[in-house]
Ligand binder design. Structure first.
Ligand code: DON
Length: 309
């Protein structure tokens, strides 16, 4: 991205003011605790691969990471088991279906299509190693700590809300257990999945996580490695093709960089070797992605010619 620090900050501020008034979309309500989010929250943050940070809006406001966690847990599964073993349990094909779809988990496919949809994320979460629930949770939190650069915590109310309303996720886990795609720690793994979705971050944290991927796995603010560089290509490829669910094709066409959204309103996008971008605004479109987040990323991509092709 070629712009002086001052002019880049001015561009972020002007994008914030341009889209602050856009009130299209709805706050997620299928998890009761998420419905309490303030629809006005809005922030944009960019962290460069050499460690400069630009923020505008409510950058310190905490929210739960939701599906954006799937990216990082996929990285952990790759690190702990290697490419072949992970591929045996979860594919790399986009589905064209919503994030919570169960329809392709059948006798013929058995294996979830990719790690960015709920079924695939439950499968990668089930691969997290450790002797029991606490050890596995701590391993996961420690992985997230490397990406954000400080300790991370789980929002208990959201976790309990997810766990008590997540019947569809439970159904998918049961099916995968039946097919032998996940092991008999199913309930423990489901809890881990709900916990990862309920991890608290702010927009600044998300941009740092994105920048760590842009910087080939090294957190540019702390210098700590979060994931081996050989898996960056796997992570970014599935983000590019599957990260925005059944909007992934349109996103690849218009924005043209790997990205991931979550139902609390976060979106991360990565310009490899350059920057990590994060936008947070809880008003969602029909695909479960932030309306303002998409607009901001489209505009950044256009202005700075970020599209990969
Ligand atoms: O499994 C769920 O329903 C949520 N905890 C995560 C879903 C999510 O963020 C989908 N993203 N747009």
């Amino acid at each position: 991205m070629s712009a002086s620090s001052e002019s880049f900050q001015a561009i972020l501020d002007s994008l914030y003011h341009k889209y602050k008034g856009l009130t299209d979309g709805k706050v997620a309500s299928y998890i009761p605790e998420l419905a309490k989010m303030n629809p006005n929250w809005f922030s944009i943050c960019v962290v460069t691969a050499d460690g400069r940070t630009f923020v505008t809006g409510d950058a310190e406001q905490f929210f739960t990471i939701q599906s954006i966690s799937k990216v990082f847990v996929y990285g952990l599964a790759l690190e702990e088991h290697g490419r072949e073993a992970v591929l045996a349990k979860v594919g790399v094909e986009p589905t064209g279906d919503p994030f919570n779809s169960i329809i392709r988990l059948d006798e013929y496919s058995k294996r979830p299509d990719n790690p960015m949809i709920n079924a695939g994320a439950i499968a990668t979460t089930s691969l997290i190693k450790g002797k029991g629930a606490t050890e596995r949770l701590n391993r996961m939190l420690d992985m997230f700590r490397c990406y954000v650069g400080h300790d991370v915590y789980i929002d208990m109310s959201v976790f309990v809300s997810e766990r008590s309303s997540g019947h569809r996720n439970r159904a998918m886990a049961s099916l995968m257990r039946h097919f032998g795609m996940i092991d008999d720690r199913m309930d423990e793994s489901l809890d881990l999945y709900f916990q990862q979705c309920s991890m608290m971050v702010n927009c600044r944290d998300l941009a740092t996580m994105a920048a760590t991927l842009a910087n080939r796995g090294i957190n540019p603010l702390t210098g700590e490695r979060a994931v081996p560089s050989r898996y960056i290509r796997d992570i970014l490829s599935v983000m590019y093709t599957c990260g925005m669910y059944n909007f992934a094709g349109q996103w690849a066409y218009t924005v043209g960089i790997p990205a991931k959204s979550g139902v609390s309103g976060g979106i991360i996008a990565i310009v490899p070797r350059q920057v990590g971008i994060a936008v947070f605004s809880p008003l969602l479109d029909a695909h479960g992605s932030s309306v303002r987040g998409i607009k901001v990323c489209e505009e950044l991509s256009r202005q700075f010619e970020l599209h990969m092709f």
